[in-house]
Design a protein around this ligand. Structure first.
Ligand code: ATP
Length: 241
């Protein structure tokens, strides 16, 4: 559904990403693993049209070429980003954040049903519709961020380190919710440092090192890959994971 090729990003003289390519199918969870500074955030932002790319970028969504679209039209095309740090409106309530998420034209039909779906995915948000987001816990704020992105009726959701700062219990809850999102046919592209939990729910994944994609495989393959074991899983054998 989402196909990306030849994405290169430079910040001044610093090359952050070189010729990155990946794809995400309908209802598929794909994880990108990489160390700090490897280029993961740059990759998501480049796909979402938020950072400028070097010439050559190719992004197609459901067969439509969206490479040259500005960020807001990329959202209209069906791609939503939940940025690192969540990007929510902290001084607004949960209900207001969800309403803002439904602003794209593609989201206006079926808004009420979509809101019900988001509230059934994250029942806590339903109990807190009038609460100012700033006063919520980190886990709840992450639910608001994902809920708001889902309100835009995306075909593919990009998530930048959604588990950051959450307790192990909340990470598990969050990832269980992402599985449910996938069941609705939305494709998920997930940047994560939490390799163990994310590979457990991933259909496939990519490894990124120093701005280059250096490996890929199914979640199970990556879980038992030596480099992944050493770098992200503390060398524990896959059978014990
Ligand atoms: P992290 O996990 O630490 O967030 P990352 O894999 O998401 O890292 P990026 O944020 O994409 O990595 O950064 C890739 C490289 O580009 C890093 O060396 C970073 O310092 C650099 N970089 C990112 N944004 C900018 C910017 N706006 N200006 C200059 N350099 C940048």
């Amino acid at each position: 559904m989402l196909e990306v090729a030849d994405i290169s990003v430079a910040y001044g003289q610093h090359r952050a990403l070189t010729d990155a390519a990946l794809n995400v199918g309908r209802g598929e969870i794909v994880v990108i693993l990489g160390a700090n500074g490897a280029g993961k955030t740059s990759l998501l932002k480049a796909i979402a049209g938020i950072v400028a790319c070097l010439p050559g970028k190719r992004v197609t969504l459901s067969g439509r070429d969206i490479s040259a679209l500005p960020a807001h039209e990329i959202v209209e095309a069906g791609l939503a980003l939940v940025p690192e740090g969540r990007g929510i409106f902290a001084d607004l309530t949960v209900a207001e954040n969800l309403l803002l998420g439904a602003n794209p034209k593609r989201a206006r039909d079926g808004e009420a049903a979509r809101r019900e779906r988001v509230l059934s995915l994250f029942p806590r948000l339903g109990e807190r519709l009038g609460q100012t987001v700033r006063t919520m816990s980190g886990g709840e704020q992450q639910m608001v961020a994902i809920g708001r992105a889902l309100m835009s009726n995306p075909d593919v959701l990009l998530l930048d380190e959604p588990s950051l700062g959450l307790s192990p219990l909340l990470v598990r809850e969050l990832f269980a919710s992402l599985r449910k999102v996938r069941e609705s046919g939305v494709g998920l592209l997930l940047v994560e440092q939490n390799a163990r939990e994310s590979l457990a729910i991933a259909d496939r994944g990519y490894l990124i090192e120093n701005g280059k994609i250096t490996g890929s495989g199914t979640g199970t393959e990556l879980m038992s890959n030596d480099a992944v074991q050493r770098a992200y899983l503390g060398g524990i054998v896959a059978s014990a994971v």
